[in-house]
Every structure is written in C-alpha cells, then in structure tokens.
Ligand binder design. Structure first.
Ligand SMILES: Nc1nc2c(c(=O)[nH]1)N[C@@H](CN(C=O)c1ccc(C(=O)N[C@@H](CCC(=O)O)C(=O)O)cc1)CN2
Ligand SMILES: [Mg+2]
Length: 284
C-alpha cells in the first residue's frame, strides 16, 4: 500500500485564495488587514520564515511591517515596541519570531502582546481560551494541521489520536483541538515508556518530537493517518521530518511530507488569523 500524500502546498494555496477574496471585501469596507512581524537577531532560519511571512501577507493584499532588531536589544526596548504596536490601529496582528536570544524572557514578551492582536495564539489568554473552547486565536501550526485533517475528510469522532510532543506551540494545542473534535487523545513525550506500543494504537499520529526520522513503520498502525511536524536535517544535511517517510508511507493511509506538508500551512494560517483579527474590528 502507498499512502495518500497530504500536500500543505496545495491545501495552503486553496486557503490563501479564499483569504485574498476576504481581504478584498474588507478593503472595500475601509479596513486593510495589517501584520507586524518582529525579528530579533540573525538566525538564518528565522530570517527565511519572516521574509516568507512578509511576502505572503503582501501577496494577499495585506499591509505588512517588518521590525528588525540587533541581537543585543534589551528586553525593555522590545517591550516598548510591542506596546507601540498594541495601540497602532493599522496593525491587527503582531508576532515576535521565536526563538529569542537567551537574555530575553520569551514569556514576558508574549504576555506583552495585546491578546486581540496575538495572531500566533501564544498569549496565555488565547491558550486558556483554547482550553475552554472559547474563540481566541488558534496557534498557526495546530490550526494548519486541523485544516489538513478536515481536507482529507478524516472524521475524528471516537478515533484514537496520539500526539508525540508536549510543547506549548504544537503538542499541547493540537491535543486540545483533536479533543474538541471528539477524538480520544493520548500525549506521548520523552519520558513515555514503550512508545511504539502506544503509537501503534493510533488512528491519527501527530509527530512533533524534533528528532530526524524517529518514527518508523514499527510505530504505526496499518491505515493510520500520519502528520509530521518535524523540520530536521538528515545525515546528508537534507531536510526531513520526525517520520521516516519512505518507510511509513507503505503502511499509513495518508501522510504529510517534509518539506511541503505542515510547514507551509503554518504561514497560511498566520494569514487567516490576521484576517480574522481585522474582521473582528468591524464586529466591535
Ligand atoms: N512566532 C513564531 N515563531 C515560530 C513559529 C511560529 O509559528 N510563530 N513556528 C516556527 C517557525 N515557522 C514559522 O514561524 C515556520 C517553520 C517552517 C515553515 C516551513 O514552511 N517549512 C518548510 C521547510 C522550510 C525550509 O526549507 O527550511 C516545509 O516544512 O515545507 C514555516 C514556518 C518556529 N518559530
Ligand atoms: Mg509554527
């Protein structure tokens, strides 16, 4: 058997087309969605992601601002910038690209963002809203994963979903979203005993571990849907996921590739959140 490929490129493109139309409508009503992206330091990967966010938002007709700081910026200066963006009416979405340099406290920076502009969905208020099923902002990567699951028509009701990873950005929120769709959710992590026995029970397996090709066919039940959140480099410095794609595709019913799977959905859903934030200003 060879699995259906779940392409984040294709699904993302479809979603972006509908975002463009909604942006045009909003502009007719006098509101241009605005995104501010804050980048600290010169991590090459972060630079690529931020450039991509800028390009995509402009392509969709949004207003976009990139605010770049040297690695040595103080936390206070960074917080001042966030405060200014919080009160800027042309900005509907604010995000600070992670990771931040060590001398800056990530939590304090995220907490300074106005929750109504927190399009990453990382603010404790939005994390709490997700937990109790209230409308806030859903973090972009988990949001993208849910769109992929919806797109392939996989009904989560009563299914066993196993999430490997418990980060605040991916693992924890994706578990909540799967639970909201009536899946039975199990979290696995680095201290889990006998991982394969648990993952073998999964109808849906989400791998967000950060270890190249760690998940093999030995971890996967025949016919399972496999979502790979990892972005790693293999022994030949080639981009790969947490899942051994060539091995697992023979046993899964559907699988996301790396690159071209979950990654592109993250940026698309950032655009969706920015648009949503701008639309909400009209409902106030
Ligand atoms: N403030 C945030 N920081 C970070 C986030 C985030 O959502 N908000 N997520 C990641 C980085 N990230 C977006 O910011 C991101 C990572 C990867 C991709 C992507 O499209 N990956 C490609 C491969 C890219 C490559 O060639 O290296 C793919 O999977 O096809 C998009 C966004 C951490 N920080
Ligand atoms: Mg992400």
């Amino acid at each position: 058997m060879s699995a259906e490929l779940i392409s984040g490129k294709t699904i993302g493109e479809e979603i972006r087309q509908s975002i463009t139309q909604r942006v045009d409508k909003l502009k007719e009503l006098g509101v241009t969605p605005g995104l501010a992206v804050v980048l600290v330091g010169n991590d090459p990967a972060s630079h690529t992601y931020v450039t991509n966010k800028q390009k995509t938002s402009k392509k969709l007709g949004m207003h976009s601002e990139l605010i770049e700081f040297d690695e040595s910026i103080s936390q206070e200066e960074l917080l001042n910038t966030i405060n200014r963006l919080n009160t800027d009416d042309s900005i509907h979405g604010i995000l600070v690209q992670l990771p931040l340099p060590e001398h800056i406290e990530e939590r304090a920076v995220i907490a300074a963002i106005d929750p109504s502009k927190d399009v990453d969905g990382f603010h404790p208020i939005n994390a709490g809203k997700l937990m109790i099923g209230e409308e806030g902002f859903i973090p972009c990567t988990p949001f993208g994963i849910m769109k992929m699951i919806e797109k392939i028509g996989f009904d989560l009701k009563g299914k066993h979903a196993v999430v490997i990873g418990r980060s605040n950005i991916v693992g924890k929120p994706i578990g909540q979203l799967l639970l909201q769709q009536d899946a039975t959710v199990t979290y696995c992590h680095s201290k889990t005993v006998d991982l394969p026995t648990i993952t073998k029970q999964a109808d849906l397996l989400v791998a967000a571990v950060g270890r190249p090709k760690m998940i093999t066919s030995e971890h996967v039940k025949e016919g399972a849907v496999v979502i790979d959140v990892g972005i790693n480099r293999d022994e030949n410095n080639k981009l790969c996921g947490d899942v051994d794609f060539d091995d697992v595709k023979e046993i899964a019913s559907a699988i996301t590739p790396v690159p071209g799977g979950v990654g592109p959905m993250t940026i698309t859903m950032l655009m969706a959140n920015t648009l949503l934030s701008a639309e909400r200003t009209l409902q106030k």
